[in-house]
Design a binder for this molecule. Structure first.
Ligand SMILES: O=C(O)CCC(=O)C(=O)O
Length: 275
């Protein structure tokens, strides 16, 4: 396979750019080489062993409620790992992902948030419900997003790889509802996908590969039926002006933020219009 890595950059082909526009996601191979990935995985493991402290709800289970004990989490979610482990800021993955975001969208993109999503072995319920990321945050005029999802382990049908509804980013944001009765119990939102109408495309990828998706594409993932972890590391890029506006509203993607947005049309969890 051709090596597209070049120091802090990764070269995206024209065909991949077109696929991102058409499908709302694209699979990029070999974004990190095995030795580069091993460095990332070593720090990742420190988060999973809880050697790096993550306060409050920024350590939670994306498949259950906030009340579960850590040992019972099916999808261990660490929000904003670079905030809690500043040595990660500017790591090679962040740099390559930034170059990918720029090639997909042009200049003026910046890192909005990062996240670790690790599915424990033998967890059928480690399901990431169908959703559009846009439902999780306020709507702003510049919709450019590139959410880079790095496979730290091979991501397979059996361990819960990502699945997308290609082209759905060109449709509306569907109504979303909380997984539990309200957002105070669980951060997770979900929507409905109709297998008769929506093409569901699982995207297994090898470790070191990345999928990049648009905030409006429908996506989710299934449970982990294997004896190994399924670890992923997300870094999400958005337009600089969009991020500035989010921060002005007090929205940082931390689950400890006071502000949550439920329905992607500018309402908060109590249905109040966003200001
Ligand atoms: O890791 C997963 O299975 C889902 C991730 C996801 O929904 C996202 O990064 O937007």
């Amino acid at each position: 396979m051709e090596d597209r890595r070049d120091g802090p950059r990764y070269r995206v082909s024209d065909e991949e750019r077109q696929r991102f526009r058409r499908d709302g996601y694209v699979h990029l191979r070999g974004v990190l080489a095995p030795a580069e990935l091993a460095e990332i995985a070593a720090v990742y493991e420190r988060f999973l062993r809880r050697e790096i402290a993550v306060p409050g709800k920024d350590l939670c289970d994306m498949s259950g409620d906030y009340g579960r004990r850590f040992e019972e989490y099916s999808i261990v979610n660490v929000m904003l790992p670079r905030r809690y482990h500043p040595a990660w800021q500017g790591n090679l993955y962040e740099l390559r992902a930034a170059s990918i975001a720029e090639q997909l969208h042009g200049p003026g993109m910046a890192l909005d948030y990062d996240q670790l999503l690790a599915k424990r072995p033998h967890k059928d319920d480690a399901v990431f419900e169908w959703h559009q990321d846009q439902a999780y945050w306020p709507v702003f005029p510049d919709p450019r997003t590139a959410t880079c999802w790095l496979a730290v382990d091979d991501s397979t049908l059996e361990n819960g790889c990502m699945r997308f509804v290609p082209g759905s980013h060109r449709g509306p944001i569907r109504p979303h509802r909380p997984l539990k009765s309200d957002r105070g119990e669980s951060h997770t939102l979900l929507t409905d996908v109709d297998p008769e109408r929506d093409e569901i495309r699982p995207v297994p990828i090898a470790r070191g590969d990345v999928t990049v998706h648009d905030e409006r594409v429908l996506h989710g993932s299934g449970g982990n039926r294997t004896s190994g972890w399924r670890r992923a590391y997300v870094v999400a890029f958005r337009a600089v002006a969009t991020i500035a506006e989010e921060r002005r509203l007090g929205f940082t993607h931390s689950h400890n933020d006071e502000r949550e947005v439920l329905d992607g049309v500018g309402r908060d969890e109590r249905g109040r219009a966003a200001r």
